[in-house]
Design a protein around this ligand. Structure first.
Ligand SMILES: [Zn+2]
Length: 129
């Protein structure tokens, strides 16, 4: 299957891994709209959030909780916001975005260039906690 997220799960494409468990993976997106912008995905390929079975759906949102808590602390923000859209990659992914004010979750905000030095520095900050 030609799915970039499945390739990341399989280890065929590297990622800035924030967290994982048996069934989920969280990693920094290479097109962040805010620093620390992280994607949480099920390891199994599922195209559409609302077609997931209830157990998998609940488990995905549970998986996002410790990741969001960590991002909140490390990025020192009052909230981590969440969005699901799914037009860019056809594999369910929750966007976790550290925010300090309304409007910072807008998916139409310009993505920052994939700056690998900055991403590596952000990941180091997260993993240090
Ligand atoms: Zn996939």
């Amino acid at each position: 299957m030609d799915c970039i997220f499945c390739k990341i799960v399989a280890g065929e494409i590297p990622c800035y891994k924030v967290w994982e468990d048996e069934s989920h993976l969280a990693f920094l997106t290479i097109g962040p709209i805010q620093e620390g912008h992280t994607l949480v995905i099920p390891k199994i390929h599922v195209p559409y959030l609302f077609e997931m079975n209830s157990d998998a759906y609940s488990a995905l949102f549970e998986a996002a909780k410790p990741v969001a808590e960590k991002l909140k602390q490390v990025m020192n923000v009052p909230r981590v916001a969440m969005a699901v859209e799914g037009f860019s990659v056809d594999h369910v992914h929750l966007h976790l975005v550290p925010v300090t004010a309304a409007g910072q979750l807008d998916p139409c905000l310009e993505k920052k260039e994939a700056d690998h030095t900055a991403l590596a520095a952000t990941l180091a900050k997260i993993l240090k906690r």
